[in-house]
Design a protein. Structure first.
Length: 367
């Protein structure tokens, strides 16, 4: 009997020795959480670098693929980007207003509506001419489906606005408008039949893939997206911008990094974009003298503002706007001269268009 009791006590003691108390388990969990908290930042850095590399490698590969296809086909090929909704141009049929036609297209077609979720993150390859087409009568073909950047990366809307080319299409990939004469206009990188970059000048094109989230448009009660701009981050730090460059002469795209000397000077790749740009108003939404008074009140203290941009009166009304007069060489007078970068010039253009929706403004290199 005594032996049995002793064995039971020994077994109970061994069981207690093997088990953990609640306090011990909580202590172990706390230690594990501390270790996890310390290791997550480095893990996020590793994964972030990998995603950044994937985003740029994917885009560089597709740009070079478009270049190769243009050379192979002997016809222009575009890399077309899905910009913000307000950046999509529209030329409708008949008397319908562009804004109404575009809204109807993206609201009434489920496939087009779904594209609103891909603003600033999707792109596709497009060919204007196909083998066998007659001159002046091109076919059109989307060569790929819409592709997306890796999650957490997007294009800068100002850089898309600043691209030197746009494509005018009768339909988007997988989506046809209600009428065949409607045209949609989207920003694009264009390669000619020799695989050369079109419209970029000697500088080529610098394009950044940026880390951050873009909020899609609001959802309607029926589950569709509201026909409106997506919401990108308000500010973009240079450390979150990852650049690639498309060579103006060869058309080849490649990842671009800072040189040692640039890094030592504290520069960023955006500093390479520095140039001089002029802004021109070619159509005024009201009598140009009245508009000029408003612009003087707002921009008169800027050294680059030119108050004689409108030319000499009178001005001719055309489709609800006034055509700005030119000089003796048939050239417009600039309203802003020597804006330091194209990005700044495009932002200024956007500011003017926001204040005066019917204004006509364009940006040109001053060099």
């Amino acid at each position: 009997m005594n032996t049995l009791v002793a064995n039971q006590k020994a077994a109970l003691t061994r069981k207690r020795q093997r088990a953990f108390t609640l306090v011990e388990m909580l202590a172990v969990i706390a230690v594990m959480l501390i270790i996890l908290k310390l290791t997550l930042p480095s893990l996020d850095g590793i994964l972030g670098v990998e995603a950044q590399g994937m985003a740029r490698t994917q885009l560089v590969g597709d740009l070079n693929r478009a270049r190769a296809k243009a050379f192979e086909r002997g016809a222009p090929v575009y890399v077309v980007f899905m910009p913000l909704y307000n950046q999509v141009g529209c030329v409708p049929e008949g008397a319908m207003q562009p804004a109404a036609a575009k809204h109807q297209f993206f609201r009434g077609n489920p496939d087009a509506n779904a594209l609103l979720a891909g603003q600033l993150s999707r792109y596709a390859l497009f060919a204007e001419y196909l083998p066998g087409d007659q001159p002046g009568r091109p076919s059109i073909k989307w060569l790929t489906d819409w592709k997306s950047l890796p999650a957490g990366y997007y294009f800068d809307h100002l850089e898309l606005e600043a691209l030197p080319e746009e494509v005018s299409v009768s339909h988007l990939k997988g989506v046809r408008p209600a009428n065949s004469t409607m045209r949609l206009q989207l920003p694009a990188v264009k390669y000619n039949s020799r695989g050369e970059l079109v419209g970029a000048g000697l500088r080529g094109i610098y394009l950044s893939v940026n880390k951050g989230g873009v909020l899609p448009p609001r959802l309607n009660q029926d589950g569709s997206f509201a026909v409106e701009n997506a919401d990108p981050p308000e500010s973009l730090e240079n450390a979150q911008r990852h650049w690639l460059h498309i060579n103006a002469i060869t058309g080849r795209a490649e990842v671009e990094e800072l040189s040692e000397s640039e890094a030592a000077q504290g520069l960023d790749l955006s500093d390479r974009l520095s140039s001089k740009y002029d802004l021109f108003i070619y159509a005024a939404p009201e009598w140009p003298e009245d508009l000029n008074k408003k612009l003087i009140r707002r921009y008169g203290n800027r050294s680059d503002f030119q108050a004689n941009w409108m030319g000499v009166a009178p001005w001719s009304p055309v489709a609800g706007r006034y055509r700005v007069n030119r000089n003796a060489q048939n050239q417009l007078f600039p309203v802003f001269v020597g804006v330091p970068t194209r990005r700044d010039a495009i932002q200024l253009k956007w500011d003017l268009e926001k204040m005066y929706p019917k204004i006509g403004v364009r940006v040109e290199s001053a060099q």
